[in-house]
Design a binder for this molecule. Structure first.
Ligand code: LMR
Length: 276
């Protein structure tokens, strides 16, 4: 009803259905927001068993019914591993896994906002903040390769302890803080990050942005192939999504990336039977 009431000029019609075959028929983009949301005190891992199962059915329905060029953005948590489950199920029906994404743009936006506030600059001045790994409390927001007003963010901020400590912790825990503040998980900021992700993929500008994708073979950074992993990515002229290469990480960054990789491997082990 509210979609109709917005009188969006580009919204032709809405189909409301619980039949996944009907829902995904002909879709060019499938935005998988439906999942049991995290409540206060829960970690995303607690949702694995509750939500993992529904992504098998959705992956199969997308592969059977969606348009040949369909891309899928998983938002429902734990989104990386839900995307792994859905893309694996879809691949059994012939859909390439590289059309699947899990959302880390919300974390990038959260981190950019924190950096802008600390530096006292407009958020548009903060660019290139990559989110590595899982959309969870192990993610690594890499301020050391971001820029503020064209200068290295770490130089502008000038407070290494804050960057390594509160900055990372606040971005990692922001989802939990929102849940605590409003009694429900993020809604408007998550929807906004969906729009940012789709726009970045569908209308490439050459800019780097954050998205989790099935780790390609030889993508580097010691991530096992196939794990749905958050990277800085860029869309090529031909529309393919590529991991930004040759980023040098120091020991601190490598340890953070290893920790979030290990968490994703644990999640993969926990849902192994859904991937068989
Ligand atoms: C968020 O980051 O706000 C959402 O993914 C909700 C959550 O579970 O953290």
């Amino acid at each position: 009803m509210e979609l109709d009431d917005c009188a969006f000029p580009l919204l032709d019609s809405v189909v409301s259905t619980a039949d996944t075959d009907e829902a995904f028929r002909g879709a060019n983009w499938s935005l998988l927001v439906g999942a049991v949301p995290r409540r206060e005190g829960m970690e995303r891992k607690d949702l694995l068993n509750i939500n993992g199962g529904i992504f098998t059915g959705q992956g199969e329905a997308i592969a059977r019914n969606a348009a040949d060029d369909c891309r899928v953005l998983v938002v429902g948590n734990p989104c990386n591993t839900n995307a792994l489950i859905g893309s694996t199920a879809a691949a059994r029906h012939g859909m390439p896994k590289d059309r699947w994404f899990a959302m880390t743009m919300l974390d990038e936006n959260r981190g950019r906002s924190q950096l802008a506030s600390k530096a006292g600059v407009p958020v548009a001045d903060v660019r290139g903040l990559a989110i590595w790994g899982n959309h969870s409390s192990t993610q690594f927001p890499d301020a050391w390769h971001a820029t503020i007003g064209g200068r290295p963010a770490a130089n502008v901020i000038g407070d290494e302890d804050w960057l390594r400590g509160d900055f990372i912790a606040d971005v990692q825990q922001r989802g939990a803080a929102i849940i605590k503040a409003r009694g429900q998980s993020s809604a408007a900021s998550a929807a906004n990050a969906v729009i940012d992700t789709v726009r970045n993929v569908a209308h490439p500008t050459g800019e780097t942005f954050s998205a989790a994708i099935p780790a390609p073979a030889h993508a580097g950074y010691d991530v096992p192939e196939g794990l749905v992993f958050g990277y800085p990515v860029r869309v090529s002229d031909t529309g393919s999504v590529e991991v930004v290469q040759d980023i040098e990480h120091d020991q601190f960054a490598r340890s953070k990336i290893e920790a979030t990789t290990n968490e994703l491997l644990e999640e993969r082990t926990a849902v192994q039977e859904l991937l068989a």
